[in-house]
Design a protein around this ligand. Structure first.
Ligand code: EPU
Length: 439
């Protein structure tokens, strides 16, 4: 297994181009099951999660290929891989097996499209994950409302809608806010349902809107995109289309925090600053400069010795502070000049990074869903274990400012959602190398 070896102490400086958003491209790939023609996704990032979704889709009879990088914006991050083209020829298969779904929860996004297109599906239940139970009751409730019979048998969700789905009014909220992939699954299903569907309590994350825009390009009829009320008028069929995947706000935010934590100057190009308003406000509160243009953002600090002002965050649904940047923010606060509170309202147990940061000398204690972070002037390099995608990113950030060498094991977690992060951080001056032979 690969590991990252990070030498701390370098002030980052330079520019990086945002990649396409993981959490937009994955459901969009599933949407290819709905279309009669090829779906061409520009700026599709080359991530292991994308390759996992491709394997799931290939198992369902949808073919995928990468186009050569092109000059017309087809490339991924920093001129990386070209567009991803997906095509389902004929009727799709209906079984997404456990072997594939267990690798990536987002595979559950095939449930809505399959039920809509093939009128039945058998998709393995994704199960829990390192940061909690993560149920999919909302997905199932939504499909049931559209007329599907839903059963759970042998670890699989089975849906059946022999006469096809029928539009309905559904509410998709949960105790922790709206469900992102739940909204996506039900919206995708509703595009081919007979009549009108209204989704109340829809998630407003930009990735949901980007998926809806992609579905509209494929011929879907969706009103209220970006709002908590989506109205979808079902159509007979969807066709192929070309869509440029939204810039990844979490990846962009991670590079901005990397700039801040080292007191450096990092600019992210080709991103959507409006999607990072909560992070921008918090970074300024923490004492960093942030400049923004229409499609770029830059963070700047006062040099490596700068310590952030202690600044609390509470994660919330969009446009609040994203849970997917909570771990990275905690890394920044580990070196702040005082005590800050990091409160997780979406996944109260999403704190796997906490003990690993403590191994690097951070002082953090947990009080239920809040972490109390007592900033310290120095962190020290250590051997640490990546446990999930964003937790791993936080460890890399902490490694950038720790004294000495940090070795981060199991970086396959980080490759799920960050395209060539080691290479791209090196482009900003960081001393990060990938080595085989970790734990
Ligand atoms: N929830 C339920 N029932 C459901 C669905 C969700 O109670 O049926 C609860 C969850 O347990 C959680 C809250 O609702 O407390 C929100 O979960 P949501 O369904 O929105 O999460 P998701 O769709 O499974 C997506 C992203 C996550 C991101 C969350 C929250 C994808 C593929 N994943 O997950 O991204 O953290 O939304 O914004 O879009 C990541 O990229 O690292 C990542 C984990």
């Amino acid at each position: 297994m690969d590991k990252f070896v990070v030498e701390g102490g370098v002030r980052l400086e330079g520019r990086v181009t945002a990649a396409g958003a993981k959490n937009a491209v994955l459901p969009m790939m599933a949407a290819a099951l709905l279309a009669d023609g090829p779906l061409r996704l520009e700026r599709a990032p080359n991530l292991s999660d994308v390759r996992t979704m491709l394997a799931v889709l290939e198992g369902l009879g949808c073919e995928g290929r990468r186009e050569e990088p092109s000059l017309d914006g087809g490339g991924g991050a920093d001129g990386g891989p070209g567009a991803l083209v997906l095509e389902t020829k004929g009727e799709p298969g209906v079984v997404a097996p456990w072997e594939q779904v267990r690798k990536m929860r987002a595979s559950v996004c095939v449930l809505g499209p399959l039920t809509a297109r093939a009128h039945r599906a058998e998709v393995s239940l994704p199960g829990g994950c390192v940061f909690g139970v993560r149920p999919i009751d909302v997905h199932l409730r939504g499909l049931e409302a559209l007329g599907a019979k839903v059963t759970i048998e042998g670890g699989y969700v089975k849906t059946e809608a022999p006469g096809g789905l029928v539009g309905a009014e559904v509410f998709l909220g949960t105790a922790f806010g709206p469900s992102v992939t739940g909204t996506m699954n039900v919206a995708m299903a509703a595009t081919l349902a007979k009549g009108r569907t209204v989704i109340h309590g829809a998630a407003c994350e930009p990735e949901v809107s980007d998926l809806c825009e992609c579905l509209v390009a494929m011929g879907a009829n969706i009103e209220g995109i970006g709002s908590p009320r989506l109205e979808i008028h079902g159509v007979e069929r969807l066709h192929g289309a070309t869509h440029r995947v939204l810039a990844d706000r979490i990846e962009a935010g991670t590079y901005l925090v990397a700039g801040a934590i080292t007191g450096g100057r990092v600019r992210v190009d080709d991103c959507r600053p409006g999607h990072l308003a909560a992070l921008t406000e918090r970074l300024r509160e923490a004492g960093f400069g942030v400049e923004r243009g229409e499609d770029w953002m830059e963070v700047f600090g006062e040099g490596f010795a700068q310590r952030a002002r202690p600044t609390d965050v509470t994660t919330q649904p969009f446009p609040g502070f994203p849970t997917d940047l909570q771990a990275q923010w905690m890394a920044l606060m580990c070196r702040a000049d005082g005590v800050s509170l990091v409160t997780e309202r979406i996944y109260p147990d999403r704190y796997m990074h906490l003990p690993e940061l403590v191994r690097m000398g951070a002082r953090i204690r947990r009080q239920e869903a809040t972490a109390v972070v007592e900033g310290r002037e120095r962190l020290s390099g250590a051997q640490v274990m990546a446990s999930d995608l964003r937790a791993s990113a936080a460890l890399v950030l902490a490694g950038l400012v720790a004294d000495g060498t940090t070795e981060i094991h199991r970086v396959y977690h980080i490759d799920r959602g960050y395209e060539r992060i080691d290479e791209r951080l090196r482009g900003l001056g960081a001393k990060v190398r990938r080595e085989a032979g970790g734990e």
